[in-house]
Design a protein around this ligand. Structure first.
Ligand SMILES: [Zn+2]
Ligand SMILES: [Zn+2]
Length: 377
């Protein structure tokens, strides 16, 4: 429920509806955010290629028998000041229809450049953004994006804040969920009691349609009838019978997990960073505090704490990464290699989709298709 189209910076040219509708079923994804729905050109393409599925607020691809459904979704940035320092924060917004997205465009087009990037930036207070978003439609759903990453996030070390209230002020009560991001998992968020009332969501924030990116994190719902309102209810009620679990990558997989300096090739756990006074041993400048260290700063509970009520999660690595690692293939480009793809597709054809391969298939079933060391992994 948080991806980007080809109109966002640093995204794949292939980030279009046709590719998404092709790859999502291979992964086992039934519902995808449209990404960038406030971008006028992308919205036009969405309206041409999608049609609403029987008044549910979910959309299907016109004239294609793909099962995958889409929900109107965008990510936006706000810039506001707290204590004389600029705070830059990303928010995800879900909407009950493409028409509502159009109305929101009308309201926001004077506040920032909607055409410059799929992810627009507004110099307004986040509370004002919440107010505008809910003014258009009370079913609009807004929550902080990748909550802990150093840049552009609510609790980020560079430009974030320390509490929900410092961001959303008198509109904080309207915030009912938080995206944990690739670099944190639910367990880390459970340590901060102020977040207890929020639903913890996991999304891929994918910039490419390929199965090692799309759906690397996901939310698993069991809705009686698939519809936008049922989805929002399942999230806000945090009902474990409807919101079954989230799928997480290992937080260390996220590039902002540790504290460090990418340029200097430095990365370290929080304790060591504190010992070094937060200074980079290579260049002598302050280190960028990673997600782990920020959680440590805001946590009021010990590591390993489990709340009474929670949505469970499972850790998964994308299938192509598992296979590439087994074949001793390293590096990003190897994920596209023919052997990895061929083996992934063999497994997907046998079990239906990638999540089924990773979550449901037994070892005996897997060895029938691929070499044993891959099945074991
Ligand atoms: Zn973002
Ligand atoms: Zn994003």
């Amino acid at each position: 429920m948080h991806i980007h189209s080809k109109y966002s910076a640093a995204t794949s040219e292939k980030m279009n509806i046709r590719e998404l509708a092709t790859y999502a079923p291979l992964k086992g994804i039934n519902l995808l955010g449209t990404g960038d729905v406030l971008h006028p050109q992308w919205l036009k393409e969405l309206k041409e290629s999608l049609e609403e599925f029987s008044n549910t607020g979910f959309y299907r691809v016109r004239g294609v028998s793909s099962e995958v459904m889409f929900v109107a979704q965008t990510e936006v940035g706000t810039v506001h000041e707290v204590d004389g320092r600029a705070r830059r924060i990303h928010h995800v917004i879900l909407m009950p229809s493409l028409e509502v997205a159009e109305q929101l465009i009308d309201l926001l087009k004077d506040k920032g450049d909607l055409e410059a990037d799929g992810r627009p930036i507004f110099t307004i207070h986040p509370a004002e953004l919440v107010e505008l978003v809910l003014e258009v439609d009370k079913w609009n759903f807004i929550f902080p994006a990748h909550a802990w990453t150093p840049w552009w996030s609510i609790f980020g070390s560079r430009g974030g804040v320390d509490s929900l209230e410092e961001c959303y002020a008198d509109k904080s009560h309207e915030i009912k969920a938080l995206e944990t991001g690739l670099s944190s998992d639910p367990e880390m968020n459970w340590r901060v009691s102020a977040l207890d009332r929020l639903a913890l969501l996991s999304n891929s924030d994918s910039h490419s349609p390929y199965p090692h990116r799309l759906g690397r994190e996901a939310n698993v719902f069991k809705l009686e009838e698939p519809s936008y309102k049922e989805l929002i209810k399942a999230i806000t009620e945090k009902n474990p019978e409807k919101f079954l679990m989230t799928i997480e990558v290992d937080p260390a997989y996220g590039k902002y997990h540790w504290t460090g300096h990418r340029k200097c090739g430095v990365s370290m756990p929080p304790e060591e960073a504190v010992k070094r006074g937060g200074i980079c041993p290579v260049c002598g400048k302050p280190l960028t505090k990673g997600v782990e260290q920020r959680v440590e700063e805001l946590a009021d509970r010990p590591r390993g704490f489990k709340p009474q009520r929670y949505i469970p999660f499972k850790r998964l690595l994308p299938l192509s990464e598992v296979i590439a690692a087994c074949l001793n293939l390293r590096g990003e480009s190897k994920l596209y290699s023919g052997r990895v793809w061929e083996m992934s597709m063999k497994l997907i054809n046998r079990f239906g989709d990638e999540y089924s391969v990773l979550l449901k298939a037994t070892l005996e079933e897997l060895v029938e298709v691929v070499p044993e060391r891959i099945a074991q992994a």
